[in-house]
Design a protein around this ligand. Structure first.
Ligand SMILES: Cc1cc2nc3c(=O)[nH]c(=O)nc-3n(C[C@H](O)[C@H](O)[C@H](O)COP(=O)(O)OP(=O)(O)OC[C@H]3O[C@@H](n4cnc5c(N)ncnc54)[C@H](O)[C@@H]3O)c2cc1C
Ligand code: SF4
Length: 510
């Protein structure tokens, strides 16, 4: 808890983002630095509620010890707060920036008053830890003799590698891109997560004994077009090398797949083949790689009218990127209805509030063009093209979700067709699961949503020592869930290896 009467004395006050007028001119982080006194006052609002739902199944997925570190911050015990934070979360500098904070949706104070600013406090603790030089990652004192390969270097792979290494196993992480980090690097754009922060953590992990190998696609040569990462790496001069998965199975005692859910959902409507229509990740990956390499990106929104189809983080990041590149307009289509301003009766506390939220990019678009870029209940019917085969617009129709039709849970509103002129379209309608090549090669079973089937708590795919975690197992999700799964799969692999040791000892003794 913080101060006994803190929640009565102090209103919620978040650390603001840099203002739009300034941040739209660069790709630097949108965050400003919180004042220490301000953060301590906000920590004082944590109210000794007795049953901290912020840590429950509806709250923080990594079970962060939130009331403990809120209190420590209030007391000015920043170093102790950092230790408590790292006890459950390998990478709070990432979640403190990009997590949507389900903890705040479940905060008990949130029943009657605005919730505690948990995410701001998390970021402040870890940022201070790095500034003070308190964050270290020493190698384990003893090695187990077991070797584990981790395929994919997103937050799930990094958390698994960190935990397995700390348990004494020798860990090697394979990544097909030219940089380590998965969507932390080539996905979430710089303004939400500065890439130097990812590199800083990777260097700490490397120093603790984890080996990282980039530019290696584990599996057989796949159709390069099947993977936007491979295509872009090839196009920009760093094509991946293909390493057969059998090599890993021979050389390691266990293989952990954390390859993400990278197959994008397509929109196969007339005109889809027109030039200027791209999957969101083809756009965002090129943009970040261009920024990091100091080269021009092949897909730029400069001087273009942009349509983003689909919302979520990916849609917002396309808008934020297009604005910074200098687009002349941007609109965003959502098929679903506009969410309500407040929780509905079927969405009570402590559930995640399904309400209208304005992300950084939405307020930026409004600042630049005067309007919220989002339009709801819109179905894209076809793309319009010009004589050069380029996209020149999108035709939409309004849908009515209260009257289902024969083929869909909605009906189209007669006479509501509208043409939206544009030069670039980004498709951001979610992902349908991991790519198929590795699954086919390893004959992995899939679940009903085409993710790798590897049930908790074993996270094992069948009987071989192959494990899966993160988005490739649970579907496209959140960084905090990926960290949770990475920690859990590490525990499962550790159990598996210790059981194998015990069995070997028993066999030797017989
Ligand atoms: C644009 C975008 C924005 C997002 N914004 C947020 C946000 O603000 N907050 C949030 O919490 N979440 C956000 N997410 C979701 C979050 O990034 C993911 O849930 C998370 O990164 C999943 O982690 P992962 O480790 O499972 O997989 P990933 O991060 O996808 O990493 C998988 C890695 O495996 C590599 N790989 C795949 N196949 C192979 C192979 N055969 N051999 C070698 N390497 C391979 C890939 O190149 C990739 O680097 C966002 C996602 C996107 C796409
Ligand atoms: S990781 Fe996310 S849910 Fe957990 S405390 Fe931080 S902001 Fe809240």
């Amino acid at each position: 808890m913080g101060k006994v009467t803190g929640f009565k004395e102090f209103p919620r006050s978040i650390v603001p983002y840099r203002n739009e007028a300034e941040r739209l001119h660069d790709f630097n982080e949108i965050f400003s630095v919180g004042d220490t006194k301000h953060l301590q006052t906000q920590g004082a609002r944590c109210m000794d509620c007795g049953v901290p739902f912020c840590q429950s199944a509806d709250g923080c997925p990594v079970d962060n010890l939130i009331p403990e570190w809120n209190d420590l911050v209030y007391q000015g015990e920043w170093r102790a707060a950092l230790d408590r934070l790292h006890a459950t979360n390998n990478f709070p500098e990432f979640t403190g920036r990009v997590c949507p904070a389900p903890c705040e949706g479940a905060c008990v104070l949130g029943i009657t008053e605005p919730a505690v600013t948990i995410k701001n406090i998390e970021q402040a603790i870890v940022d201070r830890g790095f500034t003070e030089g308190w964050v270290t990652c020493p190698p384990p004192q003893k090695r187990s003799g077991f070797k584990v390969a981790v395929v994919g270097s997103g937050p799930a792979g990094l958390a698994a590698a960190d935990q397995l290494n700390q348990a004494g196993h020798q860990v090697c992480v394979y990544e097909r891109a030219d940089r380590i980090g998965g969507l932390l690097i080539y996905g979430i754009p710089n303004m939400k997560l500065e890439k130097a922060l990812v590199d800083r953590r990777v260097e700490l992990l490397r120093g603790s004994g984890i080996e990282f190998i980039t530019g290696v696609n584990v599996g057989t040569q796949v159709d390069i077009a099947e993977s936007h990462v491979n295509t872009i790496m090839q196009e920009m001069g760093s094509p991946p090398r293909y390493v057969p998965v059998e090599d890993l199975q021979k050389d390691f005692d266990a293989v952990v797949l954390t390859v993400g859910a990278t197959t994008p959902r397509d929109l196969p409507i007339p005109g889809r083949d027109a030039k200027g229509i791209h999957f969101a990740m083809e756009y965002l990956t090129r943009s970040t790689k261009g920024l990091m390499d100091g080269t021009q990106t092949a897909i730029s929104a400069e001087g273009k009218r942009v349509v983003v189809i689909g919302g979520g983080d990916t849609g917002a990041d396309c808008i934020g990127t297009a604005l910074r590149q200098g687009c002349t307009s941007v609109v965003n289509f959502e098929l679903l209805n506009r969410p309500p301003a407040d929780r509905g009766p079927t969405n009570p506390w402590p559930q995640w509030p399904l309400i209208l939220r304005s992300d950084y990019a939405h307020t930026e678009a409004k600042h630049k063009f005067g309007d919220d870029p989002r339009s709801y209940s819109l179905l894209s019917k076809n793309f319009l093209t010009n004589d050069a085969g380029e996209v020149s617009g999108v035709r939409t129709v309004q849908v009515d979700w209260s009257t289902p039709s024969e083929h869909a849970p909605f009906s189209e509103v007669a006479g509501s067709e509208k043409d939206w002129p544009c030069d670039l379209v980004f498709l951001s309608m979610g992902f349908t699961g991991p790519e198929s090549a590795l699954a086919e090669q390893l004959r992995l079973e899939k679940d009903g949503r085409s993710n790798f089937l590897a049930s908790a708590p074993d996270y094992q795919c069948g009987s071989a020592p192959i494990f899966a975690a993160g988005d490739c197992r649970r579907g496209q999700s959140l960084v905090v869930w990926a960290i949770h799964e990475g920690r859990e799969v590490a525990e499962a692999v550790n159990r598996y290896l210790l059981d194998a040791t015990a069995e070997n000892r028993a066999t030797a003794a017989r």
